[in-house]
Write a protein that binds this ligand. Structure first.
Ligand SMILES: Nc1ncnc2c1ncn2[C@@H]1O[C@H](COP(=O)(O)OP(=O)(O)O)[C@@H](O)[C@H]1O
Ligand SMILES: O=P(O)(O)OC[C@H]1O[C@](O)(COP(=O)(O)O)[C@@H](O)[C@@H]1O
Ligand SMILES: [Mg+2]
Length: 322
């Protein structure tokens, strides 16, 4: 028997496209004859009773906006056995039988715990990092990639005009996917990711000198946040090569902005799939994308899957960047 009353929340770092996922959950739920609540500020809304009943119009005009209309939070209180019990008790009080959690791996751990406390949960991957092992794609990734690319193109203009080296840090706490893809798209001379250790002399200094001998006069180096020490690295490059160097940390600009078509469509498909699962009585699942197909996995199995780094793409990047 499927859930009759469900809720939707967004949790962890926001990502462009989360609004399209919320809209899809609300509209699908209503079309299946369910009642649906929007939970404010991630798991905090379940702890503080901050929920609102949604109707068809509650999610009008939000899809084109970045951020999340439900707001988001990282909730330390929920991340305790007492917090999970309190949230589950609140759901029971409200008659909420199922919760769709749009967020990253941390949020899925929370969803798994809430399932353990008796509430059916479905995870929908929403994070710009693309760092969730079970899915080829996370909502927000495409928008973040395009924003980072556009920003680095701008940095290139000034880098070129000054014959400089620019070291640009992009987001990705433990995952080099944003760095690797934007590095290829902007023609970076080197791309550093947390998955592959690098050697300063071999991978940076010697490459720059070799490129210089072919006539190159300006350089873009893309570094994933997870590699760290971007300012220090920039100073070392200037000291070792004599080439004037500047560091730019792109930061949260990558998390904002109107979502791309891909993010809106994938988010809509995933949100619909999540509600279909709850309507069929499923629980403890994560929605994922494999190739172009929307599929789902058991949350615990999904959280235990190892992330596979795209070695082939890394090789392409290394060959082209000089
Ligand atoms: N191991 C865990 N058990 C229960 N809840 C968790 C756990 N890890 C994270 N959460 C909850 O999910 C929220 C979001 O997780 P976080 O890792 O910050 O972001 P993301 O979901 O984007 O990876 C946390 O603030 C916390 O409330
Ligand atoms: O919003 P905050 O707390 O500054 O977090 C920054 C982190 O959030 C992210 O943008 C997304 O990470 P999550 O998906 O785990 O929330 C990371 O790339 C970055 O390291
Ligand atoms: Mg995370």
């Amino acid at each position: 028997m499927g859930a009759k009353t469900i809720a939707v929340l967004t949790s962890g770092g926001d990502a462009p496209g989360m609004n399209a996922a919320v809209r899809a959950v609300v509209r699908s739920a209503i079309s299946f004859g369910m009642n649906v609540y929007g939970v404010m500020r991630g798991y905090n809304g379940l702890l503080n009773g901050d929920v609102k009943e949604m109707n068809m119009r509650s999610v009008s005009d939000i899809m084109q906006h970045g951020g999340t209309a439900l707001f988001t939070a990282r909730s330390p209180e929920f991340n305790t056995p007492e917090g999970v019990k309190k949230a589950a008790d609140f759901c029971r009080e409200k008659g909420i039988e199922g919760v769709v959690v749009v967020g990253g791996d941390g949020s899925f751990r929370g969803a798994r715990d809430l399932c353990g406390a008796g509430i059916s949960c479905i995870g929908v991957p929403g994070t710009i990092d693309n760092d969730i092992a079970c899915t080829d794609y996370t909502i927000g990734y495409d928008t973040a990639l395009n924003t980072a690319m556009e920003m680095i193109d701008r940095i290139r203009d000034t880098t070129e005009s000054h014959d400089r080296c620019s070291v640009v840090e992009v987001m990705g706490r433990r995952c080099g996917d944003i760095a690797l893809n934007t590095g290829i798209a902007v023609g970076a001379m080197a791309t550093l990711v947390p998955e592959v250790p690098y050697d300063f002399e071999r991978d940076i200094v010697e490459r720059m000198k070799a490129a210089q001998r072919t006539g190159k006069r300006h350089y873009i180096i893309v570094v994933a946040e997870g590699v760290g020490h971007t300012q220090e690295l920039t100073e070392r490059i200037q000291a070792a090569t004599g080439i004037e160097s500047r560091a730019t940390v792109l930061g949260h600009v990558q998390r904002g902005g109107s979502p791309t078509l891909r993010d809106r469509v994938v988010a809509s498909r995933m949100g619909y799939h999540a509600v279909e699962l709850l309507n069929n009585g499923a629980s403890n699942r994560v929605v994922a994308m494999k190739g172009e197909q929307i599929v789902d996995f058991d949350i615990t199995e999904a959280l235990n899957m190892p992330r596979i780094f795209d070695e082939n793409l890394y090789r392409v990047s290394a060959r082209l960047s000089i």
